[in-house]
Design a protein around this ligand. Sequence first.
Ligand code: SF4
Length: 290
Amino acid sequence: MEVISITPRGYCKGVTKAIKAVKDAWANPDTVKPIYILGFIVHNRYVIDELNQLGVITLDDRITSRLELVDQIDSGTVVLSAHGTDPLVKKKLEEKGLDYIDATCEDVDRTFLLIQEYAEQGYHIFYIGKHKHPEALAAMSLTDSITLIETVDDIPLNIAKPIFITNQTTFSQYEIKDLIQGIIDRYPHTILSEEICDATRMRQDAIIRYNQNVDLCYIVGDPRSNNTRNLAIISETVTNTRTKQIESVTDIDSLDLIGVNRVSVSSGASTPNHLTQEVIEFLKNYKPEN
Ligand code: SF4
């Protein structure tokens, strides 16, 4: 079986920085312990498990907001995830006298700065993102004059203010086109700053470039990772390639490999390299049973 190893794939600079921030905090004797992470530092349970094994405490139960999670912390240092954080969370940490390390990715920070600048100038913000995603939740906390747009049905009627459009950094560059057009059709005089980050764009472009005459594509990553899910959707819908999203090599089903001669492999920006490498090695050595 021919195995196509798609690059670039895997960890981006923001994920690398966030994981390093946690490990450095844990290793630094001057950092007040215990180390807490509010929400998943990045969306991959293998990464979380590794950090938890060091003794880092991840607070995330999918129901409780990050603001409420702060109530569970009385001492120690809190690391804030790469996705960005509601300013009220930072304020509450400061009021409680807790140290925190902000591991927000610089690309997310840039988008948040744009949102704040345009809101201050009197614009209403249309933020294209995924409901309940931590980056979108943090963006929505920056101003009252903002609407989250996930589908065209979310585009409101009759906003009287001028409109500024921006987006979640990990959005699909294919999905976003229709949403931007839908907004512009309704509000022709808008200002647009499309903020899909370079890491996301390059990983999405690579899927298109490599998925030529491929029978099956594996995308390795956590189901909660938005950028991983987008890679799988692009592989399936843009390159018309049969696609399986898996978390690790143990998720490979030999039934899926029947008749497969060429298989491609990529992974989300929060997927540790060793998980993808194990999938590649398994496929390279795979011998179908007769
Ligand atoms: S996917 Fe992009 S925005 Fe998100 S952490 Fe990585 S580089 Fe930063």
